[in-house]
Structures are given as C-alpha cells and as structure tokens.
Design a protein around this ligand. Structure first.
Ligand SMILES: [Zn+2]
Length: 578
C-alpha cells in the first residue's frame, strides 16, 4: 500500500525540447520549452461540455484555440491525439430531464448534436475522441477502486470521497492550502472525513439513473470522469491538459490529486488554461478594440459569461454572423486573455476578414484561378519556399505561434502579408499590363500559397465564405463616401482635401484605383473601419472650420443614412452604429 508521503511524482523522462516552441504552464506559472512524453507525439485533453443545455459562445473558446494548437503541432511535425470529453450524467442533466419529462439520454443526445454542429460551423474538426462518461463507467469505477485500495479514498454510506488530507501535494496547481478550501457542504458534509474532501461516487437517489459499483448503485462525480477518460485514451502521463481558467480550482486540482495519487507520476506536463469570455461593457460601439489583459485570473473572477446573461443562442449567432467570423474574432485575442464579447465586435472582426476576401477576388480577377484551389505544404520543414517579400512575415507568424500559440500576433502577420501582396499587385500593375508577365504571375501565386500555408494553421480560408458579403457593407458604404468626397474635391480643385484622403487611407492598407467606370478600392486591414471613420470625422471638422457646411452636412447625413451617428463631445467626436 502506498502512503501519502510517497506520492511525489517521479520525473518522467521527456523528449528533447522543440527548438523554438514555448508553452505557458499554469503549474509553473512560466513559459517552458516544449517537450513531450513520447518523442514526436502529443496527447491533448480538453475538458468538454456538460450537455444539459444548448451551447453558448463561451463553450467555443477552448475548442477553437485547441483546434489551432493541434493544427500548429501537426504543422511542426508532431502526431497529435486530441480528446474532448462529454459529461452526459450530472445533476443538471437529471434536473433538465425531469423538468422536460424526457430521459437523461434524450437531453444529452439533443445537446451533443447542437454542440457538434456548432463545432463544425466554427471549423473545429481536429478532435480525435469524444468519450462520453456513460460509455466509460467501467473505467471510472476501476479508477475509484484503485484509490480506495491505496487509501486515498474512502466509502461512506454508499458515497466514495477522495481524502484530501492524504495528498500532501494537494493545491499545487491553484496555490491553495487545504485550510482555505471550501468543501461541498450541505447534506454530504456529515459523510466526509474532511470538509475539503470531494465525491468520486455518489449513491443514487430513487428514480435517478444509476450504475452498479462495489459501493452500491450510483453515479460518478465530475472530476473522476476526466482522470479516468484521459488515462484510458492518453495514458497515465500526457502532454497538454486544457480548459477554461474557471476550471483550475477545484476541477483540475482534483484531477491532479486523483491521477497522481493513483499512478505515482505526473499526470500532465503542461496545464494550458484559456481566458474566459466576458460581455463587453462598451457593447454597441464598433470602433472599440479588445485590450490584452495581463491578469486573466482576476478578470475571470470578475465574472465570466453565462447563459443567464443572455449569452445563449449560439446557433442563432452563427446564423447571423457565420462561423468563420466568430472563429476569427476568438483567435484575434491571445488565448490566455479575457475575450470581450459583443456582437458589434464580431462584426468588426468581419470587416477585417473581408479585406482578405477582397484579396482572393483580386487574385481570381488577375489569374482566373481560385485562391481556394491553391495547394500549400502544411509542414514546417518541407514548408513553402516563400518568395523574399513573404519571408519575414512567415518567420514572424511562426515565432508568434512559437510564443505560446499567440494567434493574435499571427493574425497581425496575415494582415501584413495581405498588404504586401496588394502592394505587389499595384506596383507590378497586375490588373493592367503586368498581367502579361508570366514571372510576375508566378510570383503572385507563390505569395498567395505562402498566405494559404499560414492561414491553414489558424484553420481559416479553407473554403469560400458561406455567408454573403454583408459584413463588408459598412466599410463599403463608408469607402464609397470617401471616394465621392475625393471625386468632389478634385472636381472643385480642393487638393488639400484630396491629399488628406490619400494620406488618411494609405496607412489603413487601402489603395484607390481610378478606372474608366469610376474609382475602385482594394485592401483594408484590421481596424480599417475605425480608421475610415476617424478620417471622415477629421474631414468634417476641417470642412466646418473652412465654413464649408455643404460638405460637413453631406458627411453627417450620409453617415446617418447608413446608421452611423456622430456625437460631438468635449474630447472630440465619437461615432457609433445604432
Ligand atoms: Zn475535466
């Protein structure tokens, strides 16, 4: 029999570190070089949903980021096995089934179908296993038996509890001491030896779904499911365990306690926790940008998004916004930061996305080929041989991903690369005479191939957008206003205004082309909409100073017609989309 003093995990021998990849570890509170239990292989476990109700957008943060993490590890040459568990037996499911007069299984099936279709819409297609708790009862019971046999758990009136006092390492993930822990109170307290002890097995009340066990009929606690399922599918020690920050305590602390006491070795090398989704208090303002928060734990504690706040209706949100736009929105923030959610913020992300789609259309206009038919090597070593112009972007993209999977930084490089490609099209006159140059077209194709290689790591642009281009609408409408103001300024020889427009849009990655049928525009990077709005506010201000009230009124009225309100305040003019 093992005793509590012997449960210091042995150090597992890890592979040589990856030369560049570093991963933040909640356990050490540091970024560490990435090393694996088995050379060339990675096991990932992400705590999945308790399927008692429809998913909300908060449930997608983990799957989207880990989908990218897996894609990146595969790109780096690892063979990755990714498990997301489904909790399909739980008090909430039982209550829901009773409320609706249907079985717990029916509640689960309905919500698993909803979860699956949401994952598919957001392009999350890298998960290898979805074990369900009810399919793993034998593994769970066996795990509890081992803990009881070794003295880490005890049976009490049909329940089984983990004896926290027996685990000297308890609290190492969340940095809490046993004294400060709150145990499950209420009716179960009398059956426990210590207040911090938690249930591994709960005896069944009459009429509840129940399974046989050495302690009588009952069902498992939530924490033991994850220890049993991860062991079954990934082994006693695996590489990455993910979940939201709200799971650090007690769920992951308890998983560690169960698994490490049972096996006498580390459960996981890297604990990776994603920030939570919070409703943006400034909702309604499109121009705002989510700020990186350096203390996600504090943010998380200040209130994560829940169904009760009206965050529900993910399927409806997907129908309105499209899955790719939501994915892109989630990936713009580093995964350890809080995501500030509002629908206008998703729309703003969509504006950035549309800049990329305009580039793909431009490529199609020039070459007659579809961007979506390009074949890129999805392997870091074999990789594409990027042409000189794309080399630095590709390197910066990969170093952002190497820096604890910084998808936000990586997306910044995608914008940069799109800007470079648009500039190349302009300079080589690829929509004019330059089109005849075979070498120039080959270079364009190579640039787009590198773009595709990088976008595939983020799981973006694998197929043409499923929704109409309406996300582009506001940017398109404001750009038309800018173009009309420029045409008007040139006609009236107001060169100061024409120049102000040229200087204002350049830094936003937007280029104007005067053609026979009128002026067309291309490009537009992240933040272009807000930049255009600032430009229009300045043009209006200048017009007023020059007593050119016709122009200032035109700007105000045309913005009003497309639903944009300007408000003059002491600190300057602010815009909002009502
Ligand atoms: Zn879990």
């Amino acid at each position: 029999m093992t005793t509590s003093t012997q449960n210091k995990p042995d150090m597992t021998t890890l592979s040589e570190p990856h030369p560049t990849l570093h991963v933040y570890n909640t356990l050490s509170k540091k970024k560490e070089p990435f090393r694996t239990v088995q050379a060339g292989k990675v096991g990932i476990y992400l705590c999945g949903p308790t399927v008692y109700d429809k998913a909300h957008i908060g449930h997608m943060v983990g799957p989207v980021i880990f989908d990218c993490i897996k894609r990146y590890l595969v790109y780096c040459g690892y063979e990755v096995n990714w498990v997301v568990n489904i909790t399909d037996v739980d008090d909430k499911l039982i209550n829901k089934a009773n409320e609706r007069g249907i079985s717990m299984l029916e509640v689960a099936e309905e919500n698993i179908a909803d979860y699956d279709s949401n994952l598919a819409a957001l392009g999350v297609d890298q998960i290898d296993h979805f074990p369900r708790a009810t399919d793993c009862m034998d593994d769970i019971v066996r795990f509890i038996e081992l803990l009881v046999d070794d003295g880490y758990a005890y049976a009490s009136e049909g329940d089984v509890y983990f004896d926290v006092a027996k685990d000297t390492a308890y609290g190492k993930l969340s940095n809490r001491s046993v004294d400060s822990m709150q145990g499950e109170g209420g009716g179960t307290a009398a059956r426990k030896r210590g207040l911090a002890d938690f249930a591994l097995w709960k005896s069944a009340k009459p009429e509840e779904p129940a399974w046989d066990s050495p302690w009588g009929k009952g069902r498992p606690g939530w924490h033991i499911e994850c220890s049993a399922m991860s062991r079954k599918l990934l082994g006693e020690t695996f590489d990455i365990h993910g979940g939201g920050l709200d799971l650090v305590f007690p769920h992951h602390e308890n998983e560690i306690a169960q698994s490490e006491c049972c096996h006498g070795k580390p459960m996981v090398t890297y604990w990776a926790h994603n920030g939570l989704l919070r409703r943006d208090s400034a909702a309604g303002k499109i121009g705002g940008r989510s700020e990186r928060n350096d203390d996600p734990a504090e943010e998380a504690a200040s209130g994560k998004m829940s169904r009760s706040e009206g965050a529900g209706g993910l399927a409806e949100l997907i129908a309105r916004q499209g899955g790719e736009r939501i994915r892109f929105f989630l990936l713009r923030t580093h995964y350890r930061s809080t995501v500030l959610f509002s629908e206008p913020a998703i729309e703003e992300a969509g504006v950035g996305l549309e800049g990329f789609y305009r580039l793909f259309k431009r490529y199609e206009r020039i070459t007659g080929q579809s961007f979506f038919d390009l074949k890129a090597a999805l392997n870091r070593q074999a990789g594409d041989k990027p042409v000189e112009d794309a080399k630095a972007c590709r390197e910066k993209f990969l170093s952002a991903m190497d820096d604890d999977f910084n998808t936000g930084g990586a997306i910044g490089e995608l914008f940069e690369l799109a800007k470079i490609i648009n500039k190349y099209c302009d300079e080589a006159d690829l929509e004019g005479e330059g089109k005849k140059e075979k070498a120039a077209l080959a270079k364009l194709e190579q640039l787009l191939t590198t773009f595709k290689e990088l976008a595939a790591i983020l799981g973006l642009f694998s197929k043409p957008a499923e929704t109409g281009d309406d996300g582009n609408e506001l940017l398109g409408q404001t750009m038309q206003l800018v173009i009309d103001l420029r045409t008007e300024a040139r006609a009236s020889k107001n060169f100061a205004t024409a120049d102000a427009i040229r200087d204002g849009i350049g830094p936003l990655g937007i280029a104007l082309e005067d053609r026979a049928g009128g002026t067309e525009w291309t490009g537009g990077d992240d933040g272009a909409l807000d930049g255009i709005m600032q430009l229009l506010i300045e043009l209006r201000q200048t017009a007023r100073e020059n007593k050119d009230f016709a122009t200032s009124d035109t700007i105000r009225d045309r913005l009003k017609a497309i639903g944009v309100t300007l408000e003059d305040r002491s600190g300057g003019t602010e815009w909002s989309k009502g």
